[in-house]
Design a protein around this ligand. Structure first.
Ligand SMILES: C[S@@+](CC[C@H](N)C(=O)[O-])C[C@H]1O[C@@H](n2cnc3c(N)ncnc32)[C@H](O)[C@@H]1O
Length: 477
């Protein structure tokens, strides 16, 4: 039986033979495509398997080149298989290019060792934690209506896309396990979380070795890296990201002249540091939906609170999605400005008031006090209406950690001491076998943990917003 290490080495050798390289020196040995700039390492606190710097890297430096012939795209898979090409061409009715890529990926997987991309496919994760893979319990554990709704939408989208593709997969004579909804969810999650943008196919490409980079959220540095190439991830291209053109990402992209995907260091790195890639600008809910993880510190996170319809009507100068609370608890500029205006009696909304509102200035102390009290009370009422408190969620996370601890063999008796949500999970799933979980249940626990982590982060933002408003009020009164 080959070890993970051996198969990874084979994969890196296979990639080197195709011209994948982390060196601009083309005379580099073909034993591995890495070793000059990067190496595969484990980063347990930031994405698990990823790429580390094997030397100091300078911002803007080319760190990886993946020739077009190594990329998995619908086009490259069809070019290698007449049967697949003919069947796909007979089904132009599939509603998205992602569906075509999913079918091709499953078809390629079904070839096993005879697939050209086998060394790469072998190292793809077997499970994902994207929202579309959540069961009912994990979905409900998100608690917040918008998040539960996002999960429902993701689950039903995957189901309907699978139903549309089933006839084609039958015609391709895929083994039942590759035709299943489970396999479809796997393929869709692979594509959602791993594809990079290419100009010739909106479904993007799977980029061997290039898809080992873990995620770094865009910070202030991403606005002035003009010397590096332009890049977008596929989810961004599909419109999931609402940033402006000027904030386009700069870590890499397909270079037509080099006929290769080129990836650049987005900042300076020290030896041993994890080299990261920015896939786009995402809130935590979007990260969970498209990539299956969240960031405790995410400057792009946004918390939306329910607002009165008359307030939305007033906010015509600002898009609805600009009315939110930043992760650090500060209400957005647009939210504060809209509330300032909304809390002025209609008869007093004259030109001078409007000028102050659009300039982002306080209208009066009295008005500012009303705004801060309103926001603070709204956050309190949202927190009150959720099934568990912030403190309870912290305890639930600790209990989940106990459940996941392989060293801890839990007695049913001990489980009885857990809070009701944990006991509910154990009852529903009823799978505490010999004091631990089977592999499948561990996967469920990981997803449920993500839901609790997400809602806890959401609640912390609301609590921080209350503190922010109180502090403002202390200064005002
Ligand atoms: C393109 S892959 C990156 C490589 C991946 N870690 C692997 O082992 O193949 C993207 C996936 O890596 C994980 N990931 C990336 N960045 C992460 C981060 N900052 N924190 C946690 N997980 C991360 C998520 O599972 C995500 O869907």
């Amino acid at each position: 039986m080959e070890t993970e290490h051996q198969t990874m080495e084979q994969f890196l050798r296979w990639a080197a033979e195709l011209g994948v390289s982390d060196s601009i020196d083309s005379s580099q040995s073909h034993d591995s495509c890495l070793g000059h700039s990067l190496s595969v390492s484990d980063f347990p606190l930031a994405g698990g398997r990823g790429l580390g710097a094997v030397r100091e890297l300078r911002k803007g430096e080319l760190v990886l080149k993946v020739p077009r012939k190594a990329l998995l795209t619908t086009e490259s898979m069809l070019a290698k298989d007449d049967n697949l090409r003919d069947s796909i061409n007979l089904h132009p009715s599939l509603s998205s290019t992602q569906q075509r890529l999913s079918v091709c990926l499953l078809y390629e997987m079904s070839k096993g060792k005879s697939s050209f991309w086998y060394p790469y496919l072998f190292h793809l994760p077997r499970d994902y934690d994207l929202l579309a893979t959540f069961g009912d319990f994990e979905k409900q554990a998100l608690q917040v209506e918008d998040a539960v709704w996002a999960a429902e939408k993701a689950i039903s989208k995957s189901l309907s896309e699978w139903k549309e593709a089933v006839t084609l997969m039958k015609e391709l004579d895929l083994k039942p396990k590759f035709q299943s909804l489970h396999a479809w969810n796997w393929a869709s999650a692979t594509i959602s979380s791993r594809t990079l943008h290419v100009p010739w196919d909106s479904a993007g490409c799977l980029c061997p070795v290039g898809d080992l980079f873990n995620y770094d959220a865009p910070g202030d540095d991403h606005l002035n890296t003009s010397q590096t190439a332009n890049s977008t991830t596929n989810a961004e291209e599909a419109g999931h990201v609402t940033e402006t053109q000027s904030e386009r990402l700069t870590d890499g992209g397909f270079d037509g002249d080099a006929n290769a995907y080129c990836l650049y260091a987005r900042r300076n790195y020290q030896l041993g540091e994890q080299v990261l890639l920015c896939y786009g600008t995402y809130t935590n809910l979007e990260l969970l939906e498209h990539y299956g993880f969240i960031l405790e510190e995410n400057s792009n996170d946004k918390v939306f609170i329910p607002l009165e319809t008359t307030l939305y009507a007033l906010a015509s100068s600002w898009p609805k999605d600009s009315l939110y609370i930043h992760q650090d608890g500060k209400p957005s500029f647009a939210l504060v400005s809209t509330l300032r205006l909304w809390l002025v009696p209609q008869s007093q909304r004259d030109k001078s008031v409007m000028r102050l509102v659009y300039a982002g200035s306080q209208i009066s102390v009295k008005n500012e006090v009303l705004v801060m009290k309103w926001v603070s009370e709204k956050c309190r009422s949202v927190l009150r209406d959720l099934p568990t408190s912030l403190l309870e969620d912290r305890v639930i996370l600790q209990d989940i950690d106990k459940l996941q601890d392989p060293e801890l063999c839990l007695e049913q008796r001990e489980a009885e001491g857990f809070c009701s949500e944990v006991r509910g999970f154990l009852d529903v799933k009823n799978h505490l076998v010999n004091g631990g979980f089977c592999g499948k249940m561990n996967r469920r626990v990981s997803k449920w943990r993500l839901s609790v982590q997400w809602r806890l982060r959401y609640k912390r933002t609301l609590a921080d917003c209350i503190s922010y408003c109180n502090e403002k009020l202390n200064h005002l009164i």
